[in-house]
Design a protein around this ligand. Structure first.
Ligand code: MN
Length: 289
């Protein structure tokens, strides 16, 4: 079982100009990663044709991710806000397909940010309705959608694997998967292995990030437990390294994620170490189960 290994573009650059995308894609390929995850919080900032040429030049695959804003939140009870969110998701899906990518995930079910109160049943129903329609469009484009449970300060709707599974079941779509992220799991899941088990074959994408989102192995996350659970589940999907430091800033994303400190300064050293760390963990887990 060979998992494709990826790196999030924010390890390299905060924007997606021609020079930035060339540098991010080139460096990702040089380090031997299989794919790059491109953020689409503002889909208009990504030129899919140009990016696709750069990807092809390096033989690299892409996936995309985004979180919604509070004025384009499909889990809102306000139908105008929901409509803006649905339009944005459709724009992001079009860019994803034009990139030749087969996966779009993240906080595509609510705003990415701290809510002032709990989610509302009518808001959740709006989310289910939009995701059901989006999944149909994604299916026609050959794209799988991923719902990423995030910690309580970044959404009030899906904080755990169990909540993601329940929402997927409510859509009835078979091309929506769970996208687990070790950084968020470390905050919200009582047991990392149990969260993987809960997803079963609906686990479709994994983010590997440290407890402080810096160098893997320098924080408090029990990665051996998580990788053993992935091996035991026979998980064969992508594993993408995600890390944020204030040396690389995307004005839309960095403030939302509360990236206030330099937890690293050298992107290449960080990404190189992460790939070696993940490979070592995968190998050890394979022998352990
Ligand atoms: Mn993540």
């Amino acid at each position: 079982m060979m998992n494709k290994l990826g790196v999030h573009a924010l390890v390299w650059c905060g924007g997606w100009s021609e020079a930035e995308s060339a540098r991010a894609i080139g460096a990702t390929a040089e380090l031997g990663y299989d794919l790059i995850e491109i953020p689409l919080l503002d889909p208009a900032k990504v030129d899919p044709a140009r990016t696709r040429c750069q990807l092809d030049e390096h033989g690299l695959a892409a996936v995309t991710s985004l979180g919604l804003s509070f004025d384009a939140d499909i889990s809102s009870p306000d139908i105008e806000v929901v409509a803006r969110g649905e339009a944005l998701l459709n724009d992001a899906l079009a860019v994803t397909a034009a990139l030749g990518a087969d996966y779009m995930g993240g906080v595509i079910y609510s705003a990415l940010g701290k809510y002032p109160g709990p989610s509302l049943p009518e808001g959740r129903a709006n989310c289910v309705a939009v995701l059901t329609r989006l999944a149909e469009a994604a299916d026609r484009a050959g794209v799988t959608l991923g719902l990423e449970p995030v910690n309580r300060y970044e959404s009030n709707l899906i904080n755990t694997a169990e909540q993601a599974m329940a929402l997927i079941a409510d859509t009835g779509a078979d091309n929506i998967v769970v996208h687990l992220d070790s950084y968020h799991m470390n905050i919200e899941e009582g047991n990392l292995a149990r969260a993987v088990e809960v997803c079963g074959d609906k686990l479709g994408y994994v983010h590997i990030g440290e407890s402080h989102r810096g160098y893997l192995g320098s924080g408090t996350i029990d990665f051996p437990q998580l990788f053993r659970a992935l091996a035991k589940a026979g998980y064969g999907g992508a594993i993408t390294f995600e890390s944020f430091s204030s040396v690389v800033v995307d004005p839309l994303l960095s403030n939302t994620l509360a990236v206030w400190r330099d937890v690293w300064t050298d992107s290449r050293d960080l990404a190189d170490q992460a790939k070696r760390y993940i490979k070592t963990q995968l190998e050890a887990a394979r022998h352990a189960v």
